[in-house]
Structure formats: structure tokens, C-alpha cells
Design a protein around this ligand. Structure first.
Ligand SMILES: Cc1ncc(COP(=O)(O)O)c(C=O)c1O
Length: 341
């Protein structure tokens, strides 16, 4: 079975498991887990931030970033289809009491679109207090932001007194694709989340990074959400291993997504040109089935994909796929088309 549903399906390798088994640990609620401390320092340095906090999930990392910079009743601007809008169980409303408004675009947005979305402040409006970016943009198909555009938006947001949060679950992929450093990409936001449990291949965990002055509040919010762990070094060791050994491997996933895109285009699929490890494509017009039915048939050919809209499918490349995954997917898709003719 080739599982292209998500890069979250990656499993720890034997070497990673060994590093986890041997990790020194302590009580992290007391700040005494050496492995977590090392991971937090490493990630803060990579992102060019003063501090970072290890949390169980990217969702919690985002929720902490939002809670740190907003008050109940505030409004957050974000891109269309962002993870905080669609996939965090209403966390922004439930945890911070904030409203989300999406800025038109493909998940990314321009400075002009941002300016157009900013309404003059008035007591009867929600207070606009935060701009949120997602890089790479998952729902958009792994899209990478243009750093200059993003910097211009971030600068304008700061002028207007807004906070900035970056959902960088796959910032590693954006860095590889753009050639910019992680710190350069992270510089557009005060708080930044990153995930270790996606293409990097660790089993659990994320970090949220921020200025040192926010650390005490971040610790409080994480504790309130039940995210403070004790001997969490066991799992943080997987993240440390991934950051140390797996970063440069992501390039292969990007190449495979490109290759699949080219081959599916030849078969008549409407491919959104992939930039990183995620590829979204629409079914060819003559194929009379919806995305879910297509994925069901592909499964019978040992290919697992995810339907993300009526006739749009998502495939995600990751380190646990074998080299024949691209060809196997193309062969299966060709058979489905032939079978439907
Ligand atoms: C862009 C983005 N942000 C945040 C998350 C949340 O990560 P987690 O599943 O660890 O909560 C995901 C998960 O897929 C994601 O794709």
C-alpha cells in the first residue's frame, strides 16, 4: 500500500527509536528535561527567536501563538482555508474567544488584499489584533509564500499595531523550496509554530517560538490546555533526531510531487503545479465520479489518497514512501480512467 494521504503517516525509523529509547529525561514541568531543553534551544536558534516551547501538537502551538497576542472579542486575519480556520476544532473561538476573517487569495494573500481587509477601528467592531500566515499553505496545496510580499504585510501589520503569527507546520519545506533560511522565513512573525511529526518523520510534537518576554504566558497557556508534559524527552528525542538528520531529505519529496504532477497532467488531470511535497489535482472532466469515489477505486489499486473537495484530490509525499510510489500512482490512475471509459 502506498499511503499518500498525508505526511503525518510517517513512522519513526529504527535509528530514531533508538535515540528516543536512550534520551535523557526529567520533569519538564519543572524545566528539568534535558532533551526538551536541548530541542527548544535548537529550534529557537534555527528560527532566530529568543525562546521556543515544546508542545504535543501543531494545533496547540498555533493556539498558544493566537492566545499570546489577542484578547477575547478580537479578530484575526488569515488566508483562505487556513488550518486555524478549518482544522483546529474551533480552537480560536473556544480558547481565545477570537473571530477569524479570511483574506481573499489562494491561502496566501497580497499586501493590497490585506490593506483592503483592514477596516477602520471603531468601538462597535471587533478589534483587529493579529495577522496569521501559513507557510507552506496546506489546503492551498503546499504553497510557499513570497518572502518579500510577506515582509511587506508584516511590516504594515506592525505599523498598525497588530500581532503576527506564522503557522509553519511545514516551514522546513518552504525553506528548502525557496532557498531562504528558516530564520528569514520566521522573521515575518512574532510567534511561529513548527511541526516535527509531518515530513520530518518524528512521531509527536511541535514547537512554538516567541520573544523571551512571552515565555511565562506561553507556559501558562500550555499548562491550561493540558500540554505540559513530564518526561516528554522520550518523544522530544524523536523531534531532535528529525531536525538533525531529516531536514535535507525533504527535497526528494518535492521532486516526487513534481514528477507526479507532470505525469497526471499527461493523463488529463487538472494539476495545481506543486511547489513542495503536497500536490492537489482535479479529476479529468470526462471522469464521471467524485473525489471520494476516485479515492475508493484508487485504494483497490493499493494507492491511498485524500479527497479535499468535490472533485479535488490531495497527495502528499513523505519519507516513508518507496521510490516506485509515483509510478504506482500514475499506473493506478490510468487504470481508473480506462475502467471508466
Ligand atoms: C498547516 C498545518 N498547521 C497545523 C497543523 C496541526 O498539526 P497537528 O496535527 O500536530 O495538531 C497541521 C496538521 O496537519 C497543518 O497541516
Amino acid at each position: 500500500m502506498h499511503d499518500l494521504r498525508s505526511d503525518t503517516f510517517t513512522k519513526p525509523s529504527p535509528a530514531m527509536r533508538e535515540a528516543m529509547a536512550n534520551a535523557p529525561v526529567g520533569d519538564d514541568v519543572y524545566g528539568e528535561d534535558p532533551t526538551i531543553n536541548e530541542l527548544e534551544e535548537r529550534v529557537a536558534a534555527l528560527l532566530g527567536k529568543e525562546s521556543a516551547l515544546y508542545v504535543p501538537a501543531g494545533t496547540m502551538a498555533n493556539q498558544i501563538g493566537l492566545a499570546l497576542q489577542t484578547r477575547p472579542g478580537d479578530e484575526v486575519l488569515t488566508g483562505v482555508g487556513s488550518h486555524i480556520s478549518l482544522y483546529e476544532s474551533g480552537g480560536p473561538g473556544a480558547n481565545s474567544g477570537i473571530l477569524i476573517r479570511e483574506v481573499p487569495g489562494d491561502g496566501r494573500f497580497t499586501l493590497d488584499a490585506f490593506e483592503a481587509a483592514v477596516r477602520p477601528d471603531a468601538f462597535y467592531r471587533p478589534r483587529l489584533s493579529l495577522v496569521e500566515f501559513e507557510n507552506t499553505h496546506n489546503q492551498g496545496g503546499g504553497l510557499v509564500w513570497d518572502l518579500e510580499e510577506q515582509k511587506a504585510i508584516a511590516e504594515r501589520a506592525r505599523e498598525l499595531g497588530f500581532g503576527t503569527h506564522l503557522d509553519g507546520a511545514r516551514l522546513w519545506n518552504a525553506a528548502i523550496q525557496s532557498g531562504h533560511s528558516l530564520a528569514a522565513l520566521a522573521s515575518v512573525a512574532e510567534t511561529v509554530s513548527v511541526c516535527f511529526s509531518k515530513g520530518l518523520g518524528a512521531p509527536v510534537g511541535s514547537c512554538v517560538a516567541f520573544p523571551q518576554a512571552m515565555r511565562q504566558d506561553a507556559l501558562r497557556i500550555r499548562h491550561r490546555l493540558g500540554g505540559a508534559m513530564r518526561q516528554g524527552g522520550i518523544i522530544a528525542a524523536g523531534a531532535l533526531f528529525a531536525v538533525t538528520h531529516h531536514l535535507s531529505d525533504l527535497e526528494v519529496d518535492h521532486q516526487r510531487a513534481q514528477e507526479l504532477g507532470e505525469k497526471l497532467t499527461e493523463l488529463g488531470f487538472g494539476v495545481i503545479p506543486p511547489q513542495t511535497n503536497i500536490i492537489a489535482f482535479d479529476l479529468p472532466a470526462p471522469l464521471a465520479m467524485d473525489g471520494a469515489a476516485f479515492c475508493d477505486v484508487m485504494k483497490t489499486h493499493n494507492i491511498l489518497l485524500a479527497p479535499i473537495a468535490a472533485r479535488r484530490i490531495r497527495a502528499v509525499f513523505h519519507r516513508d514512501l518507496t521510490t516506485d510510489a509515483v509510478q504506482a500512482t500514475v499506473d493506478a490512475a490510468a487504470k481508473v480512467i480506462q475502467g471508466a471509459e
